[in-house]
Design a protein. Structure first.
Lengths: 288, 539
């Protein structure tokens, strides 16, 4: 799953704005607990990914993260002693003791799982839609070497995956018993170290070790997509914070479940969904 | 003033038993195009690294003498500071592109110099246009081919406009088309931009015509320094392994060797040497059209060692890599599989060895099929050579005397032979293979190592299929050549018939003689011309 420039409004927005937009979505997912609102945020992320042309990557991520939702819900239901509505009495279990599954703990676990899934999806959207090289430029004023290390690590993942596939293929070509795991681990480690040395040499001859002045940023005029995604990020943040403070979309799991899905909750969910997807309406100048 | 001045340079790697460079003295002027020649281990890479400052700053070791780059002493100035003057490009493009997109990669060196943003943007644009990679600028580097990646790495080397660019076998991972394009680009940059070029390369026939000067190293010592024509005369006497085939053809005819196909043709015309008019043209040989593979022996009829019947390899949501390939290989047959990058050669070998399952069609192997993939190091996982392969297998590849060595300490050619011993297996414990497949075994090998590999493969006595970009190696090794394009067989016939009739997939001798008589190697060309002229020309 790698970044690839596509003709979409999100890809056309500058990295700083795209990061702010993803961060606003993430913040909304962290501070809102109402399942209707979290569901709206999940829809917003899936919709944004589809409109950005990275729906396939997100679907793959969703397939991997759904077991996470189920695991969190199951663990919370099993270990939580809170809640008053018992839906299943399991009796005395070894190691755990007396165990009752409550409706409140089960729903709370599902909400925590849903939040985790939304955050995973936002992370996926970020990694496939925000240019890592632009992010490097953005953060190098703070710490050039840290930003460069992160970029190289990202760049090297597919290279090392290919290396490991090649190594595995070569071992399949050996007649007789295969080598032991320790030997393979040693060979893999040696290969990774060789790659690291080559990259270090490349960085040296590109002038990385030379004393450099303060990096200068290239002034790029604000595009319509920069402005709309920034507006969207502000709206997402404003509505979610205001909703949390004013209690527009309340959710209480314990001791008794309370998750009203009234007009105010639905309005918050709808506004967040629309705010997230509105920047995708304009598709002028999205290709490079 | 010279751009590079080297005086009495000596260098030994940490833990090295012998010096990698000894008493090297030379200078390079601005705008020169210099080719660095020498066998593997002669010190070419080390010399390039000394000029870029990696030796001694990055590698450590024992350093003697002086290297001055644009007046800066490499003892006091590290590679980062020397990068202002020297750009370096190494063999493997994968580890020379460190950022996510070509645009960022091209900007990196200029940004490291603290150039203003507008100057960086202009350098990126101009370099991309010069190398014709403007269409790649925003593509993820993970999706680029080897040739594209090497062009991007070259662009990253050139974007900050170094006065000298040092290149260490930059074409060794490329097919002939991409390799020739890269050399052409270097010549143009050298002529238009006055950038000095120092190019280490094994395939000298490719780059000598572009060179102003040749430096030859042997055992870490500078043994020749002069223009290409004089280098060929010197090498014909003192270092035959460095002589390109075209020069060998001329010198064996008693003519002055000259670099390049065009100059060699002119030399032959000047000496009134030409193939006989009735010499058969290459297309009159036995080149088969696709679909004629059924003319080859089948298993159960006359005992083919390997047979591919209508093999397709179709990737889900992707292209078809193989398209109905029919191929039969007889026991003991020596076959070269050729074609540009992406033609399907490696995939075909993987199917032959059972690493992949055809999506349609079938593969029938009569006996074990051994496969040696491109990178021999992938096979070497033990601490000593003796642990990697049985004594009999080591003996078969001529490595029995190196049993106590660590596999990583072997030379490139020795690693290749050790990996070959691994896939051949222990004759006492495993059935001997009936077919051996090798994928690009000559990458980065010098001519002497290639000759040794040819002799080794000829001595095995089993069917051998080699995927290669190297027509000279194919001509020396194979009796049959199969040419692939877009996953299908486009030519299949005798080596002379296939390799004498083209441009890229033809030997230098064949190109000089226009494919006449199917002559591929210098000795065959000499015999053809002698018989045509009716003259005994002294060698």
């Amino acid at each position: 799953m790698i970044y690839r420039r596509r003709a979409s409004p999100l890809h056309a927005a500058r990295a700083a704005v795209a990061i702010a937009w993803c961060a606003a979505l993430g913040t909304a997912a962290l501070i809102e607990s109402n399942p209707v609102v979290l569901g709206a945020l999940a829809l917003a992320v899936i919709g944004a990914a589809t409109l950005a042309g990275v729906g396939q990557e997100l679907r793959r991520s969703l397939r991997w993260s759904l077991p996470l939702l189920l695991s969190i819900a199951l663990i919370e239901a099993l270990v939580s002693r809170d809640g008053v509505t018992v839906i299943w009495r399991l009796g005395d279990l070894p190691m755990v003791g007396s165990t009752n599954i409550t409706l409140e703990a089960t729903v709370y676990g599902a909400v925590l799982g849903l939040r985790a899934v939304v955050l995973v999806l936002i992370g996926t959207l970020y990694s496939v839609a925000v240019d890592p090289d632009e992010v490097l430029r953005l953060f190098r004023r703070l710490s050039f070497s840290s930003a460069l290390s992160a970029t190289i690590a990202t760049r090297m993942v597919p290279v090392l995956v290919r290396d490991s596939r090649r190594l595995a293929e070569a071992q399949r070509c050996r007649p007789g018993p295969p080598p032991g795991r320790a030997q393979l681990l040693r060979a893999t480690t040696a290969g990774v170290l060789d790659r690291a040395l080559d990259i270090a040499a490349t960085l040296e001859v590109r002038g990385y070790g030379a004393p450099r002045g303060r990096p200068q940023s290239h002034r790029v005029p604000w595009s319509r997509h920069d402005l709309t995604f920034l507006g969207s990020a502000i709206a997402l943040l404003g509505v979610s914070v205001a909703g949390r403070v004013a209690g527009w979309a309340p959710f209480t799991a314990f001791p008794l479940l309370r998750a009203p899905a009234g007009a105010r909750t639905s309005t918050v969910a709808a506004v967040l969904l629309l705010a997230a997807l509105a920047p995708f309406l304009s598709r002028r100048g999205v290709a490079r | 003033m010279s751009l590079v001045e080297i005086a009495s340079l000596g260098y030994t790697y940490p833990g090295g038993a012998a010096p990698a460079l000894a008493d090297v003295t030379l200078s390079i002027d601005p705008g020169e195009f210099v080719v660095l020649a020498g066998l593997s281990g002669s010190g070419k890479s080390t010399l390039l690294r000394a000029i870029s400052g990696l030796v001694p700053h990055f590698h450590g070791g024992s350093f003697a003498g002086n290297v001055l780059v644009a007046g800066r002493d490499s003892r006091e100035h590290g590679p980062g500071e020397l990068a202002v003057v020297v750009g370096s490009l190494f063999q493997d493009p994968e580890t020379q592109v460190v950022l996510g997109t070509p645009r960022a990669e091209l900007a990196f060196a200029a940004e490291n110099r603290g150039w203003p943003a507008a100057a960086v943007a202009r350098a990126v644009e101009e370099t991309a246009l010069a190398l014709a990679i403007e269409g790649l600028l925003d593509r993820p580097v993970a999706e680029l081919s080897g040739g594209e990646l090497q062009r991007v790495a070259l662009g990253a080397t050139l974007s900050a406009r170094p006065a000298l660019v040092c290149l260490d076998e930059p074409t060794s991972q490329l097919d002939p088309v991409a390799g020739d394009e890269l050399i052409g680009l270097l010549r143009r940059l050298n002529e238009d931009g006055d950038t000095a070029v120092l190019l280490a390369e094994h395939r000298l026939e490719r780059c000598l015509p572009a060179a102003d000067r040749v430096l030859a190293l042997d055992g870490g010592r500078l043994v020749f320094d002069g223009p290409p024509t004089r280098f060929l005369q010197w090498a014909s006497r003192a270092a035959p392994a460095l002589v390109p085939p075209g020069a060998k053809l001329l010198s064996e005819l008693g003519l002055q060797p000259v670099p390049g196909v065009k100059a060699a043709r002119a030399a032959l015309r000047g000496a009134r040497l030409a193939p006989a008019p009735d010499a058969p043209a290459p297309h009159e040989g036995s080149v088969l059209r696709p679909g004629h593979a059924k003319r080859f022996p089948r298993r159960g009829q006359d005992g083919a060692a390997l047979q591919l019947k209508g093999v397709w390899h179709e990737i889900k949501d992707g292209p078809a890599i193989l398209r109905g390939v029919d191929l039969a290989v007889a026991p003991g047959e020596l076959v070269a599989l050729m074609g540009r990058n992406g033609a399907g050669k490696s995939t075909l070998l993987r199917h032959a060895a059972g690493l992949m399952e055809p999506t349609r069609g079938r593969v029938e192997a009569f006996g074990r099929v051994a496969l040696l993939l491109q990178n021999p190091t992938d096979y070497l996982v033990h601490e000593t050579v003796a642990q990697e392969a049985a004594p009999a297998a080591l003996g078969a590849v001529g490595l029995a005397h190196l049993g106590a060595r660590h596999p990583r300490d072997l030379s490139g050619g020795e690693k290749q032979r050790l990996a070959l011993a691994v896939v051949l297996g222990d004759p006492a414990a495993t059935a001997a293979p009936s077919v051996l497949c090798l994928d690009e075994p000559t990458r980065g090998m010098d001519r002497a190592a290639k000759d040794a590999l040819v002799a080794l493969l000829h001595g095995l006595g089993i069917a051998v299929i080699v995927a290669t970009h190297d027509p000279e190696f194919a001509a020396a090794f194979a009796r049959r050549v199969v040419l692939l394009a877009d996953g299908g067989v486009i030519a299949d016939g005798s080596t002379g018939a296939v390799l004498a009739g083209g441009t890229y997939f033809a030997t230098e001798t064949a190109r000089i003689l226009g494919g006449a008589g199917g002559a591929l190697l210098p000795a065959e060309g000499v015999a053809l011309l002698r018989s045509a002229s009716g003259l005994e020309v002294s060698a």
